[in-house]
Design a protein around this ligand. Sequence first.
Ligand code: SGN
Ligand code: CA
Length: 533
Amino acid sequence: MKNNRFSNLSLALGSVCCGLFSSCSQQNKNIQNERPNIIHIMTDDHAFQALSAYGCGISQVAPTPNIDRIAQNGMLFQHAYVENSISAPSRATLLTGLYSHKHGQEILTNGFKPDNVVFPELLQQAGYQTAIVGKWHLQVEPKGFDYYKVLKNQGDYYNPEFTTKEHYGEYVREEGYATTLTTDYAIDWLEHRDTTKPFCLMVHHKAPHRNFMPEPKYYDLYEDAEFPYPDNFFDDYENRGGAAKSQQMSIMNDMTLGYDLKVTEMNKNLPPHLEWSIADWERARARMTPEQLAAWDASYGPRNKAMLDANLSGKELAKWKYQRYIKDYMRTIKSVDDQIGRLLDYLEANNLTENTIVVYTSDQGFYMGEHGWFDKRFMYEESFRTPLLMRLPGGKKGDIPQLVQNIDYAPTFLELAGAPIPADIQGESLLPLLKGERPENWRNSLYYHYYEYPAEHSVKRHYGVRDDRYKLIHFYNDIDVWELYDLQEDPHEMNNLYGKPSYEAVMKRMRDELYKLQKQYDDPVGIRFNVSD
Ligand code: SGN
Ligand code: CA
């Protein structure tokens, strides 16, 4: 029964894109008894479509061989998801194993409860050494870390500012490129750690977050390539509720030619909702040293001139914007891939591979032109789903089909470390899956809740449920719209089935499942937001 369910699930996503390592099922030697080290690598906004282990079109043009190494020697999760597709909430969930409504960080700017228990402090109590480098993005000081060196707020690609535990709140500008600097600090910490203790190191990159600025050696990479367009690039949002229509994350209408796409000459005369980006592009340029800026202009200048001379409009302009966006995004990923290769090489050279679990993921997914979009936030697959690769020494190799969510990291790491798991944690340890087991009672649906509205990109508040085949979403607050998708027949979520008489039974089943999960996870959504039905 269970096997059938998961083969349907693979089918439902199979046409979104196919995995490269889909059939290995080799059971390795038993998991070592020694407590493993943990390396958790997380990028910011890396779409699974842009990681070649998942086999999608754009990643075939721009592969990620080093990140793929983790799956070649470990596990590739085919159905990994977040509970709220935006950065700070996702990071708070990773640390606590709780949904946003429990840890309090429902939106980007505030809410993290000071008394939240975070798994790194429990690891410390269990004798681990802990560290985090790179993006942090919560408005509270990192706790539970013996060492941290974290970026200011979103962080910058060029010459970013970091703060450290010794002087929290004092930000020091470091010359260089964020992805390289973050890896430098990770390796430096590994070099100087106390080797008598197991460790947990979190390496959290800024890339490939907006505004997608590559490092100098990759300015021209992929320039002659043409990345494939998603089938629904020119989506008209027909047949769906108002939420998809009212968003402001369209490549055509909301992606700026200056700040996002680096045509400096076009950094002017923007509609009111994009005026902020004029100063932001000036600020990003002003961060560069004169030499960096000269190199940048020498590369982008002539290409920008060719684009301006072509005087594009309409669909041609949309396609140009898409190509520039995807190329810059994939260039930032190339640097991430290089630096992950460097870190994996370090582990190998220092005999750490055999006793270190390596995790690669992103804080959420991202739109690579699907529905005509960039950004995330929606419960549609591209942003709800994340890449997730794990290499556990002695663990299973191959694909993991089960539904997993970012609430699961904290209990997994705590169990691996032999540390107590707090009773109120809402996730499940992934250890049985990593050992190749197929637990009969594994979850068969996922709950999602997004809150940040009104806000940038104008995505309405919504919650929903996804099972092996269907997804039900309710957009609420200043709108009351339900959507139902059959992911097996309609993997790109173009055809809203909600309200169709022949889906009456599915709608009822999915609503019951939704309310069951809201009760199970204790999300009092109906009371707080006056949901009528
Ligand atoms: C910034 C970006 C947005 C993005 C949010 C959230 N604008 O505000 O495009 O949606 O971050 O991203 S920018 O002008 O600052 O680039 S998240 O990954 O941190 O959740
Ligand atoms: Ca993010």
